[in-house]
Ligand binder design. Structure first.
Ligand code: NAD
Ligand code: GLY
Length: 358
């Protein structure tokens, strides 16, 4: 097992990465001295797969454990679903020492974190991420949120977990398309911060897609270490943390225009990364070779690279509506070279149109 530490003063915590971690989770909760009662938040399928292992581990650690199930899917990351958890906690008189445990992908993690941030003005929670995307991205860094009918993640808080426990074994049950979607975020880390990770992905794609344990451990550890470093430098996304949004400006527009129904988040980000690279090249910030390398790697992991067919004006309008549009400028993370990106606020609509209609 590998332990990474994310250093955020009194909000610091460990990220554990290993096999067979769920059943040993109790050994890693000794720092939560006041905790007597835990509530696991999960969905029915993940509960069926991993609930009993996790419950036994928590009970062995001396905790009273209960569970709240939220139905599967992004459409259940809402205030109403948060209300289900609040109702349970209030009806059963849970207090401030209650530990919430998010067992699932990013939907469960974001929702549980949001409830933890707000119930009784904040209770401790831990992340037990079970999708590749949540293991390398959403479980680390303390962004919690629920969706509003007007947009994703519009209601939320920065609130750090007390532990992230990444059990690589949970990936064995993940549908292949979910695994590939998580790979998009790992490619992102290579582009923004780590050319060696990028090369590792190029050279080991088959082994990674075959879920070779050593390769998985390497890319998950590297990704979490990069995310931890970025979050340590800019926890609340005042500027630098925005580099984590490489590929997301166009990705979010793709998701919105297709009503969140046609592409998984990682798939939309994959297309967004290719077009952000093309935009960088259009602005003479990077070479065409960099664009080709990013596109080839995205393709190698079975991810889409072409924009769905919408008028360019609709893309631009959607990007202006995105919550990350800044002072009426659309913000892009553009690539200079593999491992080096820049946050750019002023991209002309002409340049953007040229790239989006390419
Ligand atoms: P998800 O949570 O919807 O999980 C995808 C699917 O996989 C679901 O059907 C889930 O039930 C299933 N699943 C989960 N683990 C499984 C397993 N081990 N075996 C079999 N099936 C399993 O999707 P996701 O991609 O993990 O997360 C997406 C969410 O994360 C979005 O809501 C997004 O906004 C959020 N997100 C948050 C951050 C952040 O920093 N907080 C970052 C990126 C994404
Ligand atoms: N997923 C982007 C971030 O955590 O900032």
């Amino acid at each position: 097992m590998k332990t990474l530490r994310i250093d955020l003063a009194d909000r610091s915590y460990d990220i554990l990465i290993g096999r067979n971690l769920l059943s040993r989770l109790g050994d890693h909760l000794t720092h939560l001295k006041r905790t007597r009662r835990a509530v696991v938040v999960t969905n029915p399928e993940i509960n069926r797969l991993y609930g009993s292992t996790l419950f036994s581990a928590l009970k062995t650690a001396g905790l009273e454990v209960q569970c709240v199930e939220i139905p599967e899917g992004e459409s259940h990351k809402t205030l109403q679903d948060a209300q289900t958890v609040y109702d349970y906690l209030i009806q059963n008189q849970y207090d401030r020492n209650t530990l919430l445990v998010a067992l699932g992908g990013g939907v469960i993690g974001d929702l549980t974190g949001f409830v933890a941030a707000t119930f009784l003005r904040g209770v401790p929670y831990i992340q037990v991420p079970t999708t590749l995307l949540s293991q390398v991205d959403s479980s680390v860094g303390g962004k919690t949120a629920v969706n509003h009918p007007q947009g994703k993640n519009l209601i939320g808080a920065f609130y750090q977990p007390r532990l992230v426990a990444i059990d690589l074994d949970t990936l064995s049950s993940l549908p292949p398309e979910e695994f590939r979607a998580g790979m998009a975020e790992i490619i992102k880390y290579g582009v923004i911060e780590d050319p060696r990770l990028f090369t590792f992905l190029e050279q080991n794609s088959e082994k990674i897609l075959g879920q070779d344990t050593e390769c998985l451990a390497t890319i998950i550890e590297t990704s979490c270490a990069i995310k931890a470093k970025v979050v340590e430098r800019d926890e609340r996304e005042s500027s630098y943390r925005m580099v984590l949004n490489f590929g997301h400006t166009i990705g979010h527009a793709i998701e919105a225009l297709t009503h969140y129904a046609q592409f998984k988040h990682g798939e939309a980000v994959a297309i967004g990364m290719v077009y952000a690279a093309k935009l960088s090249c259009q602005l003479s910030m990077c070479s065409n070779e960099v664009v080709q390398k990013i596109e080839a790697l995205v393709e190698r992991f079975g991810l889409p690279t072409r924009l769905p067919d919408f008028p360019v004006e609709e893309y631009i309008e959607s990007m202006y509506r995105d919550k990350k549009a800044h002072d009426k400028n659309i913000r892009f993370i553009l690539v200079k070279d593999l491992g080096t990106v820049e946050i750019v606020d002023r991209v002309s609509e002409d340049d953007l149109k040229k790239v989006l209609t390419f």
